[in-house]
Design a protein. Structure first.
Length: 332
């Protein structure tokens, strides 16, 4: 998709719909483009962001590191790597470390893993030499001990006054790839809702962020503390629906808030697991069965008898991809 044309398309859509519809974004690149065009779009759409500078800082790993340090939240030590001279900083870190891109980059994603666990400064240097011609902006961060199920997150919608309109805490169960990948399955974590809700709301309010956001934490098995991993800002999170199936529909709460309607309180219910079926199966094959699956209801990310369209679309996409791979290439 050509994101640079997104503001123009949103203007056309808003004019067709009328009534200043509420805008929800799902991609980080779209957040950057829409944030820059906010003055043009605000008369036609209901949208809420922090300042553009804050949005840029919160979508870059080094910007997050500096903001979190400045506001006193616990975060592992890290260093930014942009050129060969920066590599000397690697010696000051505690290993193992995670090496990852400073920001989302299509060229990086096409060739490299989401993140790499490195055991020594030498390993990090080798990877920097391989990656820097594609993306010379990496961050090395000290590893937080614990498995995938030590990763927690707090999803929030922050209103104009800096307070959370809605908040939900969850916990990963499995990730793909394990240890460094995206969410494959997760569940509500009401036992930490108050603690993580206060930490996240306080941070977002302090840095001037408003709108749809989330913060990921990891509980270190060595000291039991929560450490910041990374935020998501200006858009819904991949596992956002886990809140909805657990009685807390954040997008609807945001819609009601922006339209001046009453925001309904969350519905108390037993914790339910949200699962992306393919990646969760892959992760289970590597890591084995998680006990939570025997104790709680599981909801598929796509299949619902009352709304089969998402599942049908996913299945069609997979069939199309297989047909495309099987199609013989034309001879030159």
């Amino acid at each position: 998709m050509d994101y640079e044309k997104l503001p123009e398309r949103l203007v056309d859509l808003a004019n067709d719909l009328g009534g200043r519809p509420v805008l929800f974004l799902t991609e980080e690149e779209a957040v950057h483009v829409v944030s820059r065009a906010r003055d043009e779009l605000a008369p036609l759409l209901r949208l809420r962001f922090g300042s553009h500078d804050a949005m840029l800082a919160l979508t870059h790993k080094d910007g997050v590191q500096q903001l979190v340090d400045r506001h006193g939240l616990p975060i592992p030590g890290a260093c930014r790597l942009r050129e060969a001279a920066d590599l000397t900083q690697l010696d000051a870190l505690r290993y193992p470390c995670v090496l990852k891109p400073g920001f989302k980059h299509a060229g990086y994603g096409a060739r490299f893993k989401k993140a790499y666990i490195v055991l020594t400064p030498a390993e990090a240097r080798v990877l920097f030499d391989q990656i820097s011609p594609v993306l010379p902006d990496l961050i090395a961060q000290e590893w937080i001990e614990g498995g995938d199920d030590a990763i927690y997150f707090c999803l929030q919608y922050i209103g104009e006054n800096g307070q959370a309109v809605a908040s939900f805490a969850g916990r990963k169960l499995r990730a793909w790839p394990p240890q460094v990948g995206g969410t494959a399955s997760c569940i509500a974590a009401p036992e930490v809702d108050e603690e993580l809700g206060a930490l996240t709301e306080g941070f977002f309010s302090a840095v001037g962020f408003r709108g749809m956001g989330a913060m990921e934490y990891k509980r270190d098995t060595r000291d039991g503390r929560f450490y910041v991993v990374e935020p998501t800002v200006g858009r819904t999170d991949f596992q956002q629906e886990v809140a909805t199936i657990n009685g807390n529909n954040l997008p609807y709460a945001a819609y009601c808030y922006e339209c001046g309607l009453p925001v309904l309180a969350p519905r108390p219910m037993p914790p339910t697991i949200w699962r992306e079926p393919v990646t969760d199966r892959w992760s289970q094959q590597v890591q084995g069965t998680h006990p939570a699956f025997a104790e709680h209801k599981v909801v598929d990310a796509y299949w619902r008898p009352s709304d089969p369209a998402p599942w049908l679309r996913v299945m069609w996409s997979r069939v199309w991809q297989r047909l495309a791979r099987a199609k013989p290439r034309s001879r030159q």
